[in-house]
Design a protein around this ligand. Structure first.
Ligand SMILES: NC(=O)c1ccc[n+]([C@@H]2O[C@H](COP(=O)([O-])OP(=O)(O)OC[C@H]3O[C@@H](n4cnc5c(N)ncnc54)[C@H](O)[C@@H]3O)[C@@H](O)[C@H]2O)c1
Length: 343
């Protein structure tokens, strides 16, 4: 009998390694990542480095989540973390997750219409959400799959959770891009730059330069108007800029790190104020739509939606952006009523 694992002998250590059940049990919070592709893998990697949560990767592709989990587990002795990382094709190991991150979906393939893509990802996000919440009814859901705000609607309906526990990741990434470009333009550390991007995750997003600062000073007081406009445009085009450079695939490092910033705020109850896609019920004059706005994130998910005072132009841009989300929601209602292609 082993004195260290406690298997079969050591009183007080039973269950630390659940040899009897084949399950790993620890006192750390659990984060499940559904979709072990590029973004899912980056989430697991950055989260493992934070060393406070156990991680379960799930994917439909056999071997992919298992392989990524094993690779990350074998990185642990070198980089020095104790997070337990498991991978599988089912949901049993995700049971009682504190946070579930949904990154599953497919990219648009040649010959595929936007509607086909929307319908396919709707089906994937609905199905994985239903299976994940069955195992983890108290989890906070972070949705990453695109089109982001539309997929938040799908997950919200499938989970039947309170709005505080269904949160889309986009604003953290878009603001990180804006911060990068501001730091570059002003030649200061990214640490001294903060930025705010509102609206839907797409080319109608609304970078708010008045609330984007270098050491507390709005960039509108530091840079010329045409410089500010160029930075805003580069931010709105940030995803496409990476796609054009990579040729195949899209960004995953910054998206993965952005998810982890949200997970930190939730699981460590940090109460960071971060722009996230949340279900608005009258805030910002928007009702019944997921749109990116600043929220306070803590252990229970969204603790508060923060309403910034906006100028008439900013309000109009946010309205236009939320109208784009509304169009997608209408398209999903139409597609949901149509048979899937090939059936
Ligand atoms: N919100 C954002 O800011 C943001 C940023 C980057 C990427 N994304 C989106 O995140 C998603 C993932 O991007 P990626 O680069 O990791 O793509 P990817 O193709 O590398 O990974 C997607 C994974 O989902 C898996 N999958 C598909 N159907 C599944 C199912 N039914 N159950 C479980 N897994 C399933 C695939 O096998 C694949 O491994 C995409 O929709 C992408 O557009 C969003």
């Amino acid at each position: 009998m082993c004195a260290w694992t406690g298997i079969g002998c050591c009183a007080g250590m039973e269950g630390v390694v659940g040899m009897a059940t084949g399950r790993y049990v620890s006192g750390r919070p659990k984060v499940s990542v559904i979709g072990a592709g590029m973004v899912g893998g980056a989430v697991a990697q950055y989260l493992a480095l934070r060393d406070y949560a156990d991680i379960v990767l799930v994917d439909i592709v056999e071997g992919l989540p298992q392989g990524k989990a094993l690779d990350l587990a074998e990185t642990a002795p070198v980089l020095g973390y104790d997070s337990h990382i498991a991978g599988g094709n089912g949901y049993e190991d995700t049971a009682a997750s504190d946070v579930v991150v949904i990154t599953s979906g497919i990219a648009r393939k040649p010959g595929m219409s936007r509607d086909d893509l929307l319908r396919t990802n709707m089906g994937i996000v609905r199905s994985v959400t239903e299976q994940a919440v069955q195992q983890s009814p108290d989890a906070v859901l972070i949705v990453v799959s695109n089109p982001l705000d539309a997929m938040c609607h799908v997950a919200f309906a499938a989970a039947d959770f309170p709005r505080e526990r269904v949160i889309g990741m986009a604003g953290v990434l878009d603001s990180a891009r804006f911060r990068t470009f501001i730091a570059e333009a002003t030649d200061v550390s990214v640490e001294d730059v903060s930025a705010m991007v509102l609206g839907g995750h797409g080319d109608t997003m609304v970078p708010i330069s008045r609330y984007s600062t270098v050491a507390g000073v709005p960039i509108t007081e530091i840079l010329e108007p045409d410089q500010v406009k160029a930075l805003e445009e580069r931010t709105a085009n940030g995803g496409a800029e990476i796609v054009a450079l990579l040729k195949t695939g899209s960004a995953y490092q910054a998206p993965g790190a952005s998810v982890v910033e949200m997970v930190d705020s939730i699981l460590l109850d940090k109460r960071r104020v971060l722009p996230c896609s949340v279900y608005l019920q009258g805030e910002y004059g928007i009702d019944g739509l997921f749109v990116g706005v600043p929220v306070k994130l803590g252990r229970e998910g969204v603790r508060q939606i923060i309403e910034l005072s906006l100028t008439a132009d900013e309000k109009a841009a946010l309205k236009k952006s939320s109208a784009a989300v509304q169009d997608l929601v209408h398209a999903m209602a139409r597609l949901g009523a149509e048979p899937a292609p090939g059936t």
